[in-house]
Structure formats: structure tokens, C-alpha cells
Design a protein around this ligand. Sequence first.
Ligand code: Q46
Ligand code: ZN
Ligand code: ZN
Length: 317
Amino acid sequence: MKCRTCRGPAIIDLKAHNANFCAEHFLAFCREQVARAIKKHRMLAPDERVLVAVSGGKDSLAVWDLLLELGYQADGFVIGLGIGDYSETSTQYARDFAAVRGLTLHETSLRDDHGFDVPTAAAVTRRVPCSACGLSKRHLFDRAALEGGYDAVATGHNLDDEAAVLFGNALRWNTEYLARQRPVLPARDGFPRKIKPLIRLGEREMAAYCVIRGIDYIVEECPMAAGNKHLRYKEALNAIEAESPGSKHAFYHEFLARAADLFTADVDGTDAGSGALGACQRCGSPSSNEVCAFCLLVERTAGAVPVTLRERAGADR
Ligand code: Q46
Ligand code: ZN
Ligand code: ZN
């Protein structure tokens, strides 16, 4: 197995690209894929500042590293979600990554700064944990980016993530979500631009990237993701990919090239935004209601007896 670039011994084979690479040229390949995604989808201008939504997992640390390698001014932001040991450990990986490299990492804790955590919010709202968690992450990342004067928020969603979401939305022809599934959401209504620079790289590539770059990350999945539909969609796509390498890439990127625009009208027709959002009376964030969904969650969870992960798991059975 020889490297496509230098013909030296290769350490990874990428069937979807019909290529093998040595460590050095694999890293160059990853940088090139991110640079291509940024350029093609106009994610960032060279002098713009970007805030990376960091979880401590491989994708978010890799995207932070790659943006810095490509010369962007990138700082990190991590949220303590209060999901037991998982949150403690993942936040520590983010801190260590930043400390070793002398980077700026902003931090907030749901429990310490906002009075609740994800397991408690899930119990109070009687909804799946990812619902309160996703809402809190979006709100806090947006707010941190605006307060810090960042031009964009970058997330570590990779090709496997995006293909799985697309698969789920296409299975049910969920046109409202299909219309929003783009690697760049422009700044609007007081929300910062959102970008996904890893859309040309998959899980396996990101894990290899971290190993080669010496990036330590939390390997275990969030314990609250168990039973998540996206995990099953990923498995289904992996089975297809094994038979037909390159399918995931074609599925997602051909959607962007040929189909995504067909759903644009839905965005303008159904999104409550279109420039008319007011400000939340509590926190000042853009909101179509007097009080935003995050502040309502803070209000609903105030005074609730904290639910530990173990109790929550028991309640699910
Ligand atoms: S952290 Fe939060 Fe994820 Fe855990 S509770 Fe769900 S959304 S799965 S990326
Ligand atoms: Zn090489
Ligand atoms: Zn608010």
C-alpha cells in the first residue's frame, strides 16, 4: 500500500477517494478537504474570527485544530452539560487541548451558571434529553459568539453526521428540515453565521487525524444518545458504504449540488425569522416570543430537584 502523493508506505486507505496516504500526506489531505469546503460554501473569509463549539470529542477538537492549521483565528467554547462523568471528562479533554496549545477556551456550566443540567431538564420537560441539550447548546453558542464579536460559529459535524441527518429527513421527506440542511447558515435576525467545515471528512478520517496529530479526545459516546435514531441511520449508511464506497459522499454532496435549492422556498415560507424577530425580555437574545425558549427552560427547571444520570436511566426503563 503506497501513498498517493509520495509513493512511500501508506498508513490509511480511503476507499471513497480511491487513495492511500502516509501520515504526512493524510494530514495534508484533511487540510485540503476543509479548505475546499470553506471555499466552495463561502464559510469564512481569511481575516474572520470563528468560535468553535467544542465538546471534547474527536470532531470538535479536530475542526479547531484544522482551522488553526489553515490560519484562521479560532477560539473554543465548551458547555458543561451536567451529564455525569461524561461531561466532566469531555470538558477536561477540551481544557487540556487548549492549555497545551495556549489557546483561548471560553467555558460555561449549565448547572453553575444557569441552575439546571441536561438530565434534570429532560425530567422536568418530559422530553428526550437531546431536546433540552440541543436547545441550550444553540442558545449559548449563539450568545457567546455575538458577545465575543465572532463572525461565525463552527461545529464539528462531519460527513457521517450530515449524511445520517439527510437520510432521516429524506426518509420522511421532511422538507422543512431538508431546507435547512446546509453547511452554512448565514447570519440573520441577530444570530451568528453557522458553519460545518468537516462535511468532506468522515468519522474514520477524523479519528485517524486526531491520532496522528496527538489529539486526546473522549472516545465514549454521550450516555444519553443511546437509542438515538441517527446512530441507526449511520449504521445503515455504513453498510451501504461498505458495499459501494463513496456512497455517503455522493448522497450528501449531490444533495447540496442538485437538490438542496429545491427546498429553499420552504425556508422563507415557514421560518418565523425573515427579519422580524424581537429580543427576549430576559436575556436580550433574538426571539419570536417575549421570552426565548432557553429562558423558559431556565424558569421551568428552577428549584427542581437535580436528577442524576443513574436515576434518569432507571426512569427510562
Ligand atoms: S450531548 Fe446532548 Fe448530544 Fe448527549 S444529550 Fe443528546 S444532544 S447526545 S451531541
Ligand atoms: Zn506520502
Ligand atoms: Zn432569553
